[in-house]
Design a protein around this ligand. Sequence first.
Ligand SMILES: [Zn+2]
Ligand SMILES: [Zn+2]
Length: 440
Amino acid sequence: MPKDSTGYAKSSKSTCGKCNKNIEKKTLRIAVLRKIKGIKTPKWYHEQCFFNNDFRVGEINEFEYYNTLDNKDQERLKNKLEALFCSAISVDPYELNDKTIERNENRRYHKAVLSEFMVEISANYKKTCNECKAKVLKGDLMMRKLVYDEKVGEFYTNYHVKCLSLTDYGVYFAFHLNDLPGFNELSEENQSKLREQLNMNEDMPDSICKKIKLDYDVKDEEKENKTNYHLVLYDKYLRELSNVTKKSFELLCKQNYMRLLKGKDKNVWSKCDYRTKTPSRKCMEIPDEILQEEVFRSYVPSIGVRLFCDEPIATAVKLNNNVLKTKVKKEAVSLPLKNVQFYLYRYDAAEQEALRRRILKLGGLVTSRIVDTLAAVVTTKESLEKPSRLVNQIKRLDIHVVDEAYFAAIESSENMKVFDSLALIEKYKIAEWGSDVSTL
Ligand SMILES: [Zn+2]
Ligand SMILES: [Zn+2]
């Protein structure tokens, strides 16, 4: 769903969400979109008031109807968004654009971006990292990102600090971390740990800056010319159609199976979230009755492909980060005990906790009882030798038993695959029973 909408005020009745004054008819207005009772509902702002706010602004592809604006308005809006984006990652917008955004605006916008994130110490083992899908350990630093979903509303997704820093969001954490919610509540030690894990070395902002400039310089001039031509053409069609009488326009719509939406009908339109840049098209037919009208006389309908402006900067950074992303994915795949289940038997609380952390770190899981999907029970030789009902049960179910040495072996070998880790159980088993685990 688009985050924002834009267009020209149809009347002077709408009021601005920031200054509460009316938005004059025909002036450009920008809205923040939210779904209320299933209907897309805009909150409108003056252009200036919209950019002079403390919320995060969407990227250009999140702006509904952006492509229906006048050429010069599109250009200005695009420049403002680019400048905002640069300010959010602390690149000096003066070098890329005219003085669209004042320098002191940068920090404020950066703060608005950071307000959608927070950092905290994970209180339990329940949170799963949205990037690598492994658990975030209790007591470790955890980053959270506020996301919006149409069905459930706003909620937080969780990340390992390192995992988040390698996503597209990573660029936002180069400066002013004390604007990050939760940061000031951390101990000094954790604050520097966070800095370290975000990998904020001195040359990072610089390299990003260079990358952006590079992509900005080599933007496709030919495509831009074509896109501009389409914009001019669009303006021209709009202008000419405004001279067509209502009756002729209705005839034209009827001939082409189109219907003008009025009043309540518009809700149907706003409920639809389907978006495409390449809709299937039919050639327009002009009814005989209006064929002789000025506008249509020299017009020959044809099927073309509409070109849209793309956002050069956003794609540049995404490209940049995709390289990093594949790196994270590889790390995630190589978690040696990913989703492998263990049961810990007869450890005191401190030992149990320590062992559990080691297992989770390797991607494994610890169950609270004996289940038939266990890879192994973890205990010591002494505990195993003491007769008990549980040991009998493990034996009867033919479940492997390993001790701490098994995990030490996995920890000391690099890039072990899950399959190899499972095979290793056979080597480190401390009970004489146990079926072949690698066939589980
Ligand atoms: Zn206003
Ligand atoms: Zn992760």
